[in-house]
Ligand binder design. Structure first.
Ligand code: ZN
Length: 344
């Protein structure tokens, strides 16, 4: 089969690899209908050391089940399913708590162990616990939004939960990438009254406004902090969604949170330390969030997608075939595309 492999920074190739297949009796095999390139794929795309054997990439996909192992009970061949970016057994203590990303048997797609979704097919470990059933034969217009449930929309929702967004909240979203934009949808969906997006890409900010943002801030650093305070009555935002992962963006997120407020961070951190400790301490600002257990948010978000109340699929502004995946990475890395949809 054809699959995308990353060999090092800037080096993504689509190659012939051995067919994905069932290995364990709890596996399913899924033929990929749509996959996506994620902002988090750009970190290895910028930094990965050159490797002789390519790493399978892609952790967002939907598709049709081709086969299941002997112990799979709830998923069958022909089902239309979504694959969250992490696999999980669905039964351990953490899965029962809804924290699927901490599953004791879990792991991530887009790795040597998990296989990659930017491919013609992917092996799904713990199919019963991992896969989410989608309605068969959905309206084609809904398909991009269904793909976002495998990562960015669930991650935006997790940021909003970590930031404790409530009806009437004042919310700030740091980052205008796909997750930040989905964070706007999530904040609006949870009843936020004011939603301010920190970013500077005009096309992305325009989409943020269509998703419900009430204001935008292009400044950075101290100037951004001053500006957010100015438009939130002097104190900052109740809830801040940190959707970038850089030291500066997390520091800004903590600085723009009002006393007693909360930051939900979902940007993959690029540093070990959390900045802004003194500020967070003196303001009693909680820093929550983390890797998003999106498997647990399907039941919450899917009805809104199917009934058209939210349209997170609008974050996709470029679609490529499998052979176009390297171009898709380039486009996202150069920020000429917000997010790329892949149709194998
Ligand atoms: Zn588990």
């Amino acid at each position: 089969m054809r699959a995308t492999l990353m060999f090092g920074a800037g080096d993504v190739r689509v190659e012939d690899v051995p067919d994905a297949r069932l290995v364990e009796p709890t596996d399913a095999l899924v033929a990929v209908n749509r996959a996506a390139i994620c902002g988090s794929d750009l970190w290895p795309y910028k930094n990965m050391e050159p490797a002789e054997s390519g790493r399978p990439v892609g952790h967002e996909a939907i598709g049709v089940v081709e086969a299941v192992g002997a112990e799979v009970r709830t998923i069958k061949a022909g089902d239309f399913v979504a694959m969250p970016f992490a696999y999980s057994d669905g039964t351990c203590d953490f899965c029962q708590d809804g924290l699927y990303t901490s599953c004791v048997h879990g792991g991530y797609f887009g790795t040597f162990e998990g296989g990659g979704g930017q491919a013609e097919a992917v092996r799904i470990p713990y199919a019963d616990g991992t896969l989410c059933l989608l309605p068969g034969d959905p309206d084609e217009a809904l398909v991009p939004s269904l793909v976002t449930l495998t990562d960015v929309m669930g991650t935006g929702h997790h940021a909003a939960r970590g930031a404790r967004v409530r009806p009437g909240s004042t919310v700030a979203v740091v980052g205008d990438g796909a997750v930040g934009l989905c964070g706007v949808i999530a904040a609006r969906r949870l009843g936020a009254e004011q939603i301010i997006v920190l970013g500077r890409n005009p096309a992305r900010l325009a989409l943020a406004k269509e998703f419900g943002a009430t204001g935008t801030v292009a400044e950075r650093g101290d100037a951004a902090v001053d500006r957010v305070k100015e438009i939130t009555g002097g104190h900052g935002a109740h809830s801040v969604l940190e959707c970038v992962g850089l030291e500066d963006s997390l520091l800004t997120a903590i600085e723009i949170a009002r006393p007693g407020g909360a930051v939900g961070r979902v940007g993959v951190p690029q540093d070990d330390a959390i900045p802004g400790s003194m500020s967070a301490f003196h303001k009693n600002v909680s820093v929550g969030g983390g890797v998003a257990p999106v498997r647990g948010y399907f039941d919450v978000l899917l009805p809104d997608v199917l009934e058209g109340r939210i349209q997170p699929g609008r974050v996709f502004d470029l679609s490529v075939g499998l052979d176009g995946v390297p171009d898709g990475y380039r486009a996202m890395n150069e920020r000429t595309a917000i997010k790329v949809l892949v149709k194998p």
